[in-house]
Structure formats: C-alpha cells, structure tokens
Design a binder for this molecule. Structure first.
Ligand code: SF4
Length: 453
C-alpha cells in the first residue's frame, strides 16, 4: 500500500494512528479488522447490532432480544427492509431485563417470553439474540432455546451476539451461524434447481433484491432465496437447492458462503450491483458462471437496453457536479469500493473514505482506486470524520444514520446509503437514483444560507 502516514500529533487518540492513512508517498499498511480503541466513541455498531441487521429482514420470524429494553428499541425495524409477505419482523420483542434479573438470572423470564410470543404469533421460527448483559450474567441461551423448541415443535435459534466477544463483524458471524443452523437440511432430501442462485447480502432496504431478481430472471437465472432481504422461514429452509451463491455484501456474508461451499458444495462469487460499471460486470460474471450461450446473450441484451436508457440521464447530472468532492463512511468495504467507481461515473472526486468493518484486501483495492492525498480510515470516530472532511473540503458525506447529524452540523450535504433511505440504489435504476439524490442534496439551495458555503 503506497501511503503517507498520518503524523502522531495529527490524530487525537494515539492508538488510532495506524488506522488512518493518506495515500501518498510512504509504505504503510492500514490496520483494520481489529477491535475499537477504548474511549474512542467509534461509529461502529455493537456485536448484537451486527447480528440483528443481518437477520432482521427474515420476515416471518419472531426476533426476541434477551436484554434491557434499550437494545431492542435501538434496533427496532432497523433495516426498514421491505417485505412481500409477513410483517412480523417489524416488531422488536424484548425480555426487558431488570436489576433483579441481572442478579438472579433471566432464563425463566426468557422461557416465558418465548411461550407468550409463540402462543400469540404462531411463528415457525424464533431468533433469540444475546446482548451485553447476558454475556455478563451467563444465561444459558442454548439450553433455554432447545427446551422451547422441544415444547413448541418449532425452531428457536439462539444468536450468540453478546458484547465483549469482538466487534460488529463478530455479530455478522453470529448471524451466519444462526442461519447455518436454520438451513441445515438434516436428513431431508433437497433437490438441486438448475440455473438458480442464492443472493447473499442484500437486505431489500428499498426493494433492491426485487430489482436484481428481475434482472436475473430476464437472463434466465432464478433467485432461490435472498439472504436475507424479503426472506422467509420456508424459503431459507430450501437454501441448499441453489447451484451458486452470489455475494453482494461481502463483509456480512462471506463466512456463510464459505461454510455453504464446505458443507453443501455450493460455489460462490462476489458481485456488486452498485453503479453502472459494477452492475454490468456482475451480470456478466453470473452469466459466465453458467457458461450458457443463451444466458450470456440475454445478459448482453439487458445491459445494452438498460445502459441506453440511463446513461444520458446520468450524463445530465454529471455536468452539474464539476469541482465537487465527496467523503464516504459506510459499513463494509465492498460498498466503499463500488462508491469510488460510482462517484467517478458522475464526475465527483472522493477525498476521504472509510468503513466500519472493511477487510485488508478491500482496503488494498480502495487504495489502488483513489487518488493521491485521499484520506483512508478504518473504524473512525466523529472527531476524525469532522477533521478530515473539513481539511479535504468535502461538499458531501455518504453514510448512515449516525453520520447524518455530523454532516448537517458541518453544513455539508448528506446522502444516506444505509437503513433510512427509501429509494433503491442498486442496478441501473439505482444508478440514476444515486445521481438524482446526490444532485438534490448537493445542489440544494439551502447551502446558500449556511455560512462558509
Ligand atoms: S448489546 Fe450492548 S452495546 Fe449493543 S445495544 Fe445492547 S447494551 Fe448497547
């Protein structure tokens, strides 16, 4: 990695020095995939939240949070994912642990909560999430869930996501372990479906999973089940029928794909449906995997038709962004990589880029893609984001719910690329929505009234 080191005096917390680099002159490896520095007020979410965001879009499951009420309210309907069926997942059930439960244990309370919820909602699947305090008091989630599953003859799956076992990435892994338990066919025979993929790491925040399913269908490829956007108990149970796993969100789903390869011999490939370039490339990659002339021909036709429609629209926006600079702080590395390319498509330079859970190889790709002088940072805190955005003169911040107030307080435009948005940003249609959203926030007349603009 060819970078200039940030000087020690440049960062407010000494231990953070190795997680921030400026692409430039020196050789230095950015440190990532580590736990957050204590006292740093990291923008990263906790282990439990990492697990919850992955599993929450399973629409017909009961999501029961074993912990204080705050953990459940913090993540209530967190994804905002869309469903074509059940709406049960929109609830955030909690055992509401109190002081007495912490002293005497919360297992009986948890068992009672499961009984009440199953009696009321008749679901076939319950996810029980462990939180920080459960890790401290040592409630045996495994035993309580096993007993409840036997009592009700349904699946009650513990999600081992208590704090102190790592960072948000450990939550992704806990969610994948829960999914692996769910999809295990056991003695059941599941027949393979030809020309069928599982789509991993799309949470259908604004209907993206439906857009990609439609593209693939036009090519002659079916989506067996999406992990986990708009998924259901029944569909997930058939997951091992697919012939290929395609991964959009590599950070959360690579572990699951690796396990499915190992256990069920299902190969996987990485894709990205963010931006014109990556969308076209990913559709071609899927077509090439099946090595079928008809699928390849239909993929080319689809790409041609869609690009002809959207390229002039995007060009129209591009002309309005001359001289604008963007800062990006998102959850995973795959999204950051796609965003650099997508900003290039609309003529905007990325001057600062970071992620909560990016991996070494993703940061290497980021480093190769960005221009000299770009600040690259892992697991940032608000002070660092503010400082580098200001220093680099960013006009726009791309992030999630926690970054939005920071952008507005600094008087810069903001684009939500996470849970709160209502417009799909995937596929060809998503590329147009992206340009449109960048335009509406960046070129808003409101910035004329903010000092310093
Ligand atoms: S699990 Fe821990 S860190 Fe996460 S919301 Fe609950 S108390 Fe906070």
């Amino acid at each position: 990695m060819d970078v200039a080191a940030v000087r020690l005096t440049d960062v407010e917390i000494r231990e953070r020095e190795k997680s921030i680099v400026i692409k430039g002159k020196q050789k230095k490896q950015l440190i990532c995939e580590t736990d957050s520095v204590a006292g740093c007020v990291s923008q990263r979410a906790c282990v439990y939240c990492g697990a919850r965001v992955v599993l929450n879009p399973v629409t017909d499951a009961i999501h029961l949070v074993h912990g204080p009420i705050g953990c459940a309210s913090y993540t209530w309907d967190i994804r905002g994912s869309l469903s074509s069926g059940s709406e049960l997942y929109r609830n955030s059930f909690s055992t509401d642990l109190q002081e007495d439960d912490v002293i005497f244990g919360g297992e009986r309370k948890l068992a009672r909560a499961i009984d009440q919820l199953v009696a009321k909602y008749r679901a076939k699947l319950v996810f029980v999430y462990s939180t920080c305090i459960v890790g401290v008091i040592g409630d045996d989630l495994e035993a309580v869930c096993k007993a409840a599953a036997r009592r009700h003859v349904i699946e009650v799956i513990p999600v081992q996501s208590s704090g102190f076992i790592g960072n948000k990435a450990a939550g992704y892994r806990a969610a994948c372990d829960a999914l692996l338990r769910l999809i295990d066919p056991g003695d059941r025979k599941i027949n393979k479906k030809s020309k069928t993929v599982n789509y991993l790491g799309d949470f259908n925040l604004a209907g993206e999973a439906w857009i990609i399913r439609n593209y693939l269908r036009q090519m002659g490829v079916d989506v067996n089940v999406t992990f986990t956007g708009d998924s259901s108990y029944g569909a997930l149970k058939e997951a091992t029928a697919a012939t290929l796993n395609i991964i959009q969100c590599a950070g959360s789903m690579t572990y699951l794909a690796q396990k499915m390869k190992e256990l069920y011999n299902i190969p996987y490939i990485n894709v990205s449906f963010l931006g014109l370039q990556d969308t076209a490339q990913s559709l071609r990659k899927v077509a090439a995997f099946f090595n079928d002339v008809d699928i390849m021909r239909r993929a080319e036709k689809l790409i041609r038709t869609e690009e002809t429609k959207v390229k002039p629209v995007i060009e129209g926006y591009r002309g309005k962004f001359a001289g604008k600079k963007a800062a990006v702080y998102v959850g995973g590395g795959f999204k950051a990589v796609s965003l650099i390319k997508q900003f290039r498509e609309i003529g905007i330079e990325v001057v600062m880029i970071g992620t909560q859970t990016g991996r070494k190889e993703e940061y290497e790709t980021i480093n190769d893609l960005v221009d000299d002088g770009t600040v690259i940072l892992d697991d940032a805190n608000p002070t660092e984001l503010e400082r580098f955005m200001t220093e680099k003169g960013a006009h726009l911040l791309v992030g999630g719910v926690k970054e939005r107030p920071l952008a507005y307080k600094l008087g810069v435009a903001f684009l939500d690329h996470n849970h709160d948005r209502k417009h799909p940003l995937s596929g060809f249609v998503g590329a147009v929505n992206f340009a449109k959203e960048v335009y509406s926030t960046l070129c808003s007349p409101v910035w004329k009234y903010v000092s310093g603009q």
